[in-house]
Each structure stands twice: as structure tokens, then as C-alpha cells.
Design a protein around this ligand. Structure first.
Ligand SMILES: Nc1ncnc2c1ncn2[C@@H]1O[C@H](COP(=O)(O)OP(=O)(O)OP(=O)(O)O)[C@@H](O)[C@H]1O
Ligand SMILES: [Mg+2]
Length: 225
């Protein structure tokens, strides 16, 4: 891992100071293949600051060009502002692109990762969350937004005070897909091999299978807002 991927909390704070004056970074909360997510406060709001790995930045430069943090911010924005999707996605807050770091600021989502949630809850509860995901996927595709990256580690299930559970997405693939042209032949071959139109549909089928593999339980999770 190169230097930029291992910036300390203090270094991230120093990079943000002056641009996002109200942001106070605390510590790492999650890691993906492309970034480390840090917990932070923005005034009275909980947010995450995503620090992208140099290899992710290099790949983005090669494939698309421009700032990776800006790209992440903008595709989150497209999804979040699509009618009806705001409650199903983390709000994008801003980005900072400098030679030292690519940083993307986003609302922090509190809840339970999708797979543990599905394994711990009743069939009725599971099917409501999966129905929400199905509906999000269908509406997004109708709107020309493909490749949502419905990987289970990109979905947190959040409880409202009323107790209802809803999936919240916070990491998106190429939305809208038109940011980069789809490769027709590659997509066709992939659909033959995997028997599905996209990875998102495959993930949905996998979520639907969870109930058959794991025993039903009525465990509850704490209410968070
Ligand atoms: N908005 C958020 N609220 C709460 N936790 C988050 C949020 N964004 C990211 N995380 C945590 O950080 C982890 C990595 O974030 P994210 O999925 O955005 O990174 P990534 O490197 O783009 O992922 P991938 O490996 O899918 O490319 C997540 O799995 C999650 O645990
Ligand atoms: Mg992810």
C-alpha cells in the first residue's frame, strides 16, 4: 500500500481543514477494495470520509480520467436525487481532490450489513427488504442507471424509529452506465455464462436464497436513527 492509502487521521484532518472547516475526523469505520472509510462529524451530523487507494485512483485515471472523488460524489448525487431514492441512499456531501488525497464525504449510515440482517430475521422481514432492492433496481434500470453494485457489503439495513427496516446503498458502480459505454459482446457473453442480465440481478437472486440456507429467527436489532 502506498503512502496516500495510509494517511493518518491527523493528515486527513489537515487536508480537509480550510475546505471543510466543520468536519472532525475520528477513526476508520470500514474498508473496501478501493477506499478506507473514516468516521467524522460535520457540525451535528455523522458522516464518513472515504480515502481512496492510489491503485484505485490510477485505475480510474486509466479508464475514465479526472478526479475519482468527484466521480464518486457525482454518481452518488445522480442516484440520491432520483425521485424516491433519497431514503434508500446515503447523501453525498462533498469531495476534495488534491495531489495528496482523493476524499469523498458522505452521510454515515447506521444499521446492520445486509447479509447478517437477512440471516437473523424472519422471512417476512427479509422479503420486504429484498422487495425494496428489487424495486430500486427496476426503477433505476428504467431510468437508464445500470450497474448499481448491489454487492451485500455495499448495503446497510437501517431501522426507522417506527421499526421499519429499509436497505440503504452507499457505494455505486457506474451510475449512470452511460458514463462509460457498455461492452455489448462482453455483456452478452457474461449473460450466457452467468445466466443473468447483470451482477445486480445475480446478487438479488443470492439474497433471495438466504432464507433457504439459514434457519429462521426472530432476532431484533436496536433502533437507530
Ligand atoms: N456511508 C457509510 N456509512 C457507514 N459505513 C460506510 C459508509 N460508506 C462506507 N462504509 C463502510 O466502509 C466500507 C467500505 O466502503 P465502500 O464500499 O464505499 O468502499 P469501496 O472501496 O468503494 O468498496 P468496494 O470494495 O465495494 O469497491 C463499507 O463496506 C462499510 O463498512
Ligand atoms: Mg463497497
Amino acid at each position: 500500500m502506498s503512502a496516500a492509502a495510509t494517511l493518518t487521521v491527523e493528515e486527513i484532518q489537515a487536508t480537509l481543514d480550510g475546505v471543510f472547516a466543520d468536519v472532525v475526523v475520528t477513526g476508520a469505520v470500514g474498508r473496501g477494495r478501493r477506499c478506507v472509510a473514516f468516521a467524522a462529524r460535520n457540525g451535528n451530523r455523522d458522516i464518513v470520509v472515504k480515502l481512496y487507494h492510489p491503485r484505485a485512483i490510477a485505475r480510474h485515471t486509466r479508464q475514465i480520467g479526472g478526479s475519482l472523488a468527484k466521480f464518486e460524489y457525482e454518481r452518488n448525487l445522480v442516484f440520491h436525487h432520483y425521485p424516491g431514492f433519497a431514503t434508500f441512499s446515503a447523501a453525498p456531501i462533498g469531495f476534495l481532490s488534491s495531489p495528496r488525497a482523493e476524499l469523498f464525504l458522505q452521510e454515515r449510515v447506521f444499521g446492520e450489513p445486509l447479509m447478517p440482517f437477512l440471516r437473523a430475521h424472519s422471512a417476512e422481514c427479509r422479503s420486504r427488504v429484498i422487495a425494496d432492492l428489487q424495486s430500486i433496481l427496476e426503477r433505476a434500470e428504467q431510468a437508464g442507471m445500470f450497474d448499481l453494485d448491489l454487492h451485500p457489503t455495499n448495503i446497510i439495513v437501517k431501522r426507522s424509529r417506527g421499526g421499519a427496516a429499509r436497505p440503504v446503498l452507499f457505494d455505486f458502480n457506474k451510475v449512470p452506465y452511460s458514463v462509460r459505454r457498455s461492452n455489448g459482446m462482453f455483456d452478452w457473453c457474461r449473460s450466457i455464462v452467468f445466466g443473468s442480465r447483470s451482477n445486480d440481478h445475480r446478487h438479488l437472486r443470492r439474497f433471495n436464497r438466504v432464507g433457504r440456507t439459514f434457519p429462521r429467527s426472530s432476532a431484533s436489532i436496536p433502533v437507530v436513527e
